[in-house]
Design a binder for this molecule. Sequence first.
Ligand code: SF4
Ligand code: SF4
Length: 494
Amino acid sequence: MIGIFKGLATTLSTFARRPVTIKYPDEKHVLPVRQRSFPVLTWDFDHDEPFCTGCNVCVRNCPVDCMTATMQDNPNYAAGTSDRRKIVEKFWIDYARCMRCNICVEVCPFEAIVMDNNWTGHEHSTYDRLDLHMDIDDLLRPSKSGELTVPFRPQDRIEYIERLERGEELPELTFKGARPEARQAQFERLARGEEAAIRLREPEKPKAPAAAAGAPGAAAAAQQLLTDAEGKPLSEKKIRAKRMKAERAAKEAQDAGESIPDDVLQMLIATNSEMAPAEARQAAAGAPGAAAAPSKVLTDAEGNPLSERKIRAKRMKAEREAKEAQDAGEPIPQDVMEILVATGSEMAPPEARQAAAPAAAPAATSPLLTDAEGNPLSERKVRAKRMKAEREAKGAQDAGEPIPQDVMEILVATGSEMAPPEARQAAAAAAPAAAPAPQLTDAEGNPLSERKIRARRMKAERAAKEHLARGEEIPADVRETIEMTGGTVPDSAD
Ligand code: SF4
Ligand code: SF4
C-alpha cells in the first residue's frame, strides 16, 4: 500500500513539471559557448574576396586529412583592390571525415577559417556521404550570407564571455572581418555607388614583353644559371632562394613601370618562376634531358603545366574518389583513373604508370637500384634507400658541407626532391622501360589499395613462417605473393 502511494507521489511530482523536451526543429536550444560544428571559410567584405590564400597550412595540420586547397594569383591584387598576392582557388572539406578538432582554425595565419557555431552548421543530414564534400562555394556561403554570429572563433567567444562574467573590460575584437558590421558596410558602399572593394593602389601596369623569351639558346643559358662556380647543380633550396630574389627584382621593375632586366628574366625562366612567360618556361623545360610534354590532365586551361602542388592536390582528390568507388564496390571511373595514372598515384596500375612515364631509349637499370644479383630493387627498398640518402644529405647540408658524390647519385637515381631537378629529369629520361610488374588486383580487377597489399604481404609472410616451422617448403604461391607485395621471403621460422 505504501509503495502505491510512493509511486503516485512520484507520478504527481513529475505531472506538474514543465517538459524538458522541445519541438525540434521548430524550436531549438541555445547552443553552448564551447560547441563547434564544422569549419567554414570567411569572406572579406572590404575586398570582396575570401580571406583564405590557399596557403595549405590548415591542410597540412588537419589530423584526418580531410581538406584540400589550391592557390592562384589574385587578380584583385593586379587590379589594386586587394593586398593579397595569392588567393584560394579551390577548397574542399569532407565533413564526413572532419572530427571538428578546431586545429585548422587555430593554425590559419589569416583567420580565414572558423567553426560555424550556428544550428545551420550542424544540420547537414544527407542520404549520401558524398553530399558532405563541401566545395569553396559551400564553405563560403555561411559567411557571405551573414549567418555567422560574432564573435565566432571559439577562443574569442570564450574569452569574451569569461571577462563578461567577471565584470572585466571586454577584449577588443582583433578579427574584424567577416562580421555582420563588415557586411553591412559593404552594402552601404554599394548603395553609395562605390565599389565593393577598397582600392588600395593603382592597377598594375601590364607586364613588359619579354624580349629574350624563347630566343634560341635561352634554355641552355637558363640551365647554366642553376649551377655553382664549380659547375655542380644547385640544391633545391638555393634554386628557390634564387627564384624568390629574381621575383622580387622583377616585381620592383614592374612597379616602376620598367621592363624586367634580361638577367632577372633569365633567372625567372631558369627557376621556372610563374612570373616568367609560359612559352619561355616551356622552352627551358624542353632543354636536353627534360621530360616529355606533360599529359593534358597535368596542364591548366591555357595548356601551361600545373605546379607540383596542384598536381599533388589533383592526385589526392582522385585518390579519395577512387577509394570511395572501391569502398562502394564500383570500378574506378575512367576520368579518375586517368588522373591517377598521370599523377603517378600508387593507386594506378603499375604498368599504366610506367606507360605514362616519358618514353625513353632502353638503357641499363642504374646499378644503384639493383640488388647483388642485378635484379631491380622493390619499391619499398628504393624508398628506404632514398630516405637514408636524404638523411645523409641533410646531415651534410646542416654541417655546411657539400653532399657526398655517392649520396647525390642515390638521390638522383631514386628521384629524391633533394636532387637537382635537371639531374632527376635526366635520370628519368634514361630510365629503362621496365617489364610490366605483376598487378595486384581484387576479384573485380581493381587495383588493391596500399593497405590491402600490406595486409596480403603480412599474411603471406606469416604463412611462409608457419610452413618453415613445420619443416615444410614454402609453397610457390605464397612465395610469389610475398615477392609481388614487395616482402622478403623468410629463410627461417624466426
Ligand atoms: S576541424 Fe580538425 S578535422 Fe576538421 S577540417 Fe579542421 S583540422 Fe581537419
Ligand atoms: S584556411 Fe587559412 S591556413 Fe587554410 S589554406 Fe586558407 S589561409 Fe591557409
